[in-house]
Ligand binder design. Structure first.
Ligand code: CP
Length: 321
């Protein structure tokens, strides 16, 4: 039987690209989390820099809007002492009809060492990883509905900070599962790390077909879905990816699936609340919860810097401080 090669790994099984959580081992995920621990202290220093990517050129190639991911990748690369180029796609030759492959070759000619890619099409980062030269790494910063692996890893890092034993946890992911690349990557990461109970909570129209095959239980009632959960991850309604009106209105969604103080009482009293952002207050989450002590939304953003530093240093094979 032909075994499909995991393009993310080199011949020795080390990370070369970071495209998807699927297919990675628990050892690799734990290694990323442990390395990220060592990088959190860099942000607390007077000089917030280490020389691990000195002389390397990192290109931020974002074909879709982003606040958190793009800026934390830029900051992470700068803290690793890399040179960073942010390509403005709207002002680039791509907007004049240049193909993705030709844009890539042009940027590679400038001796880029790493591409951080966000794209509206699922599979675009892997396509780029197959195009680039052997010494160049590609990191997926979110592709279509497919994957957002660095978001999943920063969320695993945040969970581990507050709930250190993955094997003891019940995690509920609530909201627009169908259109969410974050949900897919989170489910794979939670499974690989040994979380025994993963639930998805959404109306039938926002649950993808055969999601149970990933080892999750499906719930259509928020109080039942988050009952005794240790971690509640809320997701944004991805209206830009909905082809038809799958929902009557945001306010109706909030009345049924919004995380309010009343609903959150169903979870464990010390449950943590997470959201990858951007958040829509009053649609998927009540402001009182988003700003409460149980909410780790801003901590997730801050942890994104250390986790992205860890992933970037691992793919260039240079992970120690
Ligand atoms: N969580 C996330 O990907 O946010 P941005 O779209 O702002 O990068």
């Amino acid at each position: 039987m032909m075994v499909k090669k995991n393009i993310q790994l080199d011949a020795a099984g080390r990370l070369k690209h970071f495209l998807s959580i699927e297919g990675l081992s628990k050892t690799i995920l734990i290694n990323i989390l442990d390395h990220a621990e060592t990088f959190t202290s860099v942000g607390e220093r007077a000089v917030k820099k280490v020389p691990l990517l000195r002389g390397k050129t990192v290109v931020n190639l974002f074909f879709e809007a982003s606040t958190r991911t793009r800026t934390t990748f830029e900051l992470a690369a700068k803290r690793l002492s890399a040179d960073v180029m942010n390509i403005n796609i709207d002002a680039s030759a791509t907007s004049k009809g240049e193909s993705l492959a030709d844009t890539l070759r042009t940027l590679e000619a400038m001796q880029a060492d790493m591409f951080i890619v966000r794209h509206q099409d699922s599979g675009a980062p892997e396509f780029i990883a197959r195009l680039v030269s052997a010494g160049v790494s590609v990191i997926n910063a979110g592709d279509g509905r497919h994957a957002h692996p660095t978001q999943a890893m920063l969320d695993m890092f945040t969970i581990r900070k507050h709930k250190p034993i993955f094997e003891n946890l019940a995690v509920a992911i609530v909201g627009d599962i169908k259109h969410s690349r974050v949900a897919r990557s989170e489910i794979h990461a939670l499974k690989i790390l040994g979380v025994p109970e993963i639930r998805v909570v959404a109306p039938k129209t926002l649950i993808p077909a055969e999601i149970e095959k990933l080892g999750v239980s499906v719930h259509h009632d928020i109080q039942q879905g988050i009952k005794d959960a240790d971690v509640v991850i809320m997701l944004r309604l991805q209206k830009e990816r909905m082809s038809s009106a799958l929902l009557p209105s945001g306010s109706e969604f909030f009345n049924t699936y919004g995380l309010t103080s009343k609903n959150l009482k169903a979870a464990k009293p010390d449950a943590i609340v997470m959201h990858p952002g951007p958040i829509n207050r009053g649609i998927e989450i009540d402001s009182a919860i988003a700003d409460s002590k149980q909410s780790l939304i801003l901590e997730q953003v801050a942890n994104g810097i250390a986790v992205r530093m860890a992933i970037m240093s691992l793919v260039v094979g240079n992970a120690s401080l």
